[in-house]
Design a protein around this ligand. Sequence first.
Ligand SMILES: C[S@@+](CC[C@H](N)C(=O)[O-])C[C@H]1O[C@@H](n2cnc3c(N)ncnc32)[C@H](O)[C@@H]1O
Length: 195
Amino acid sequence: MNVHSASQQSPYRQTLLDKMPAAGVVAEIGVWKGAFSRNILKVANPRKLFLIDPWICDPEFMIPGDFFDGNSAANQQEMDNIHNGVCRELASDIVEIVRKTSENAASDFSDAFFDWVYIDGNHYYDYVRQDLDLWFPKVKPGGFVTGDDYLWRDKDGSRPVATAIADFLKTTPCPEAVTIGDQFVIRTALAESGE
Ligand SMILES: C[S@@+](CC[C@H](N)C(=O)[O-])C[C@H]1O[C@@H](n2cnc3c(N)ncnc32)[C@H](O)[C@@H]1O
């Protein structure tokens, strides 16, 4: 599904991180081994970072042979080991690991809680639409909903992430929606300005 490995991350991610406010409250949805989580910590210096992923070995959540750098976990034990490794390395006063699906985790947070979120979970249309619907209200006015793999193509040639975003924006006007290579950045409207 995702073609980036830890050593081959999209160069556009750095540009995205440079655009994000420092010392924010942040969520990454879809964490895998924490490669981008480390970059968020290093570059954006969040005051709080929630890492949200169910770490479930199931075709619904990871597509064997077509997932993160061509690799996927062979079984649940391997997924548990990946989760344990992320906890061991990254859990801290700043980083909270939330072992839940995006759809189960969203209700844990009040509206307008985050300065920005990064969506990189399930890349199929219905899931991306759901993620946008769920997480948009959780971001403060003037904050950012961002994510990965805007250009990802399914086997049928369609672009599920790009299409889901375009459809979402038809009903939710935003002051800024841009792509930076394969990254997307959507700014949420300011509360009173009518943007
Ligand atoms: C492409 S990887 C994430 C890579 C990570 N953001 C990085 O760049 O290092 C996708 C991850 O999304 C997770 N995932 C799949 N479905 C999900 C869902 N519904 N909610 C949250 N995470 C999900 C998978 O378990 C997998 O670890």
